[in-house]
Ligand binder design. Structure first.
Ligand code: ADP
Ligand code: MG
Length: 352
């Protein structure tokens, strides 16, 4: 078989190549679909004042979580936040959750109770009710499928596709903490020796296991019409800025010296990764919000940051599409931003 006639596999097109294919073949027929495939969640008009927001996330034992170093409670908490974060990225309010499960019959009832306790906490904190799901046996490992429903006034919804040339690019919180926390957990599980955690290790592990959804920030950005576009940082900054730029048909210049990296992550990378900037670009599952605003709103974003006591950092500027995606380094040189974040099917894994 010649290379040209070889069938394309998921390994060659990658996770996001597959989603683009699905998008091409699944054009929606309904005029009330404001946003279908391609954003953090679907937006469906229910009245002229309200749109339903819907998003679903799969989590597979051994792919998305590892019970060797995470408790069932941790898994429930982390995955519920991942799902809630997609509503935050649309500027919406979450309301209902459905949870489908496939469970190996040998698992203890108390473990499942712990899983539910884990996701109950962020759900209660944000007034989200579990209203249904489905249950099956699994031949190997635990499978979870979270579906979240929320709402937003249609004109206020934040999407990935409205960034404008000249917008400033902002990110909440710090980048790379979750990835560092995951690596510490994995390393400790492999070594099987227990030593008391250093404070920076405790901080990073918590950032991985107990992330915070940035709901209030997303809601303020949308209600006060501060932002043009937004996405949550789930795959990693390098991948998520690419999604935002592709959807908005723009380029971007990010400023390496402005990327917010916590003191704890800097301590970690000093020992384990020669380049903290690349680590921050690659790190996934931070569930921070990445958004673009017109320059005139920078003062209002600083005020919001003070009121909500959450760091919001300007990390770059939206450029025309022809500019590409570039990272400005110290000394004024720049390089292309290559996607280093997670892809479910790609053979090429992050270097870190
Ligand atoms: P996120 O990381 O924000 O959860 P994803 O990268 O998982 O988003 O998905 C991006 C977009 O592609 C979303 O709009 C999602 O609904 C859509 N999508 C992903 N997988 C599929 C699929 N198998 N069929 C249809 N749409 C999909
Ligand atoms: Mg998302």
């Amino acid at each position: 078989m010649t290379p040209a006639s070889q069938p394309r596999t998921l390994q060659t097109i990658g996770e996001f190549g597959l989603i683009r294919e699905l998008q091409k073949h699944c054009q929606t027929l309904h005029s009330d679909v404001i946003q279908g495939i391609g954003d953090d969640a679907a937006l469906l008009r229910t009245s002229h004042k309200e749109a339903l927001i819907a998003s679903t996330d799969l989590a597979i034992e051994g792919v998305h979580f590892d019970l060797a170093f995470e408790s069932f409670k941790d898994v429930g908490h982390r995955l519920a936040v991942a799902n809630i974060s997609d509503i935050a990225a649309m500027g919406g309010t979450p309301k209902y959750l459905l949870l489908a499960l496939a469970i190996p019959p040998s698992y203890a009832v108390s473990d499942l109770r712990a899983l539910y306790q884990g996701f109950k906490k962020p759900c209660q904190a944000h007034d989200i009710s579990l209203v249904g799901g489905d249950t099956s046996s699994s031949k190997s490992g635990l499978f979870l499928c979270f579906t979240i429903l929320g709402h937003v006034p249609p004109k206020q919804a934040l999407t990935r596709q409205s960034a404008k040339v000249g917008d400033k690019v902002y990110v909440t919180g710090t980048l790379g903490d979750s990835k560092a926390g995951l690596q510490i957990l994995q390393r400790q599980a492999k070594q099987q020796t227990s030593h008391a955690d250093q404070p920076y290790e405790r901080f990073l592990k918590k950032r991985h296991l107990r992330p915070t959804p940035r709901l209030a920030i997303g809601q303020h950005l949308s209600k006060d019409r501060l932002a043009h576009a937004a996405i949550d940082v789930s795959d990693g900054l390098s991948g998520d800025i690419l999604h935002l730029c592709q959807a908005s048909q723009v380029g971007v210049e990010l400023w390496a010296s402005h990327l917010p990296i916590s003191r704890q992550c800097q301590t970690y990378t000093a020992n384990h990764c020669p380049n903290p900037i690349d680590f921050a670009l690659a790190g996934g599952e931070d569930y921070e919000l990445l958004f673009t605003i017109p320059s005139r709103n920078q003062g209002k974003v600083s005020d919001l940051s003070r009121v909500l006591k959450t760091k919001m950092t300007c990390i770059g500027e939206i450029k025309p599409k022809s500019f590409g995606l570039r990272l400005k380094l110290k000394g004024g040189t720049s390089r292309n931003i290559s996607r280093q974040s997670y892809d479910h099917f790609s053979k090429k894994r992050s270097k870190f």
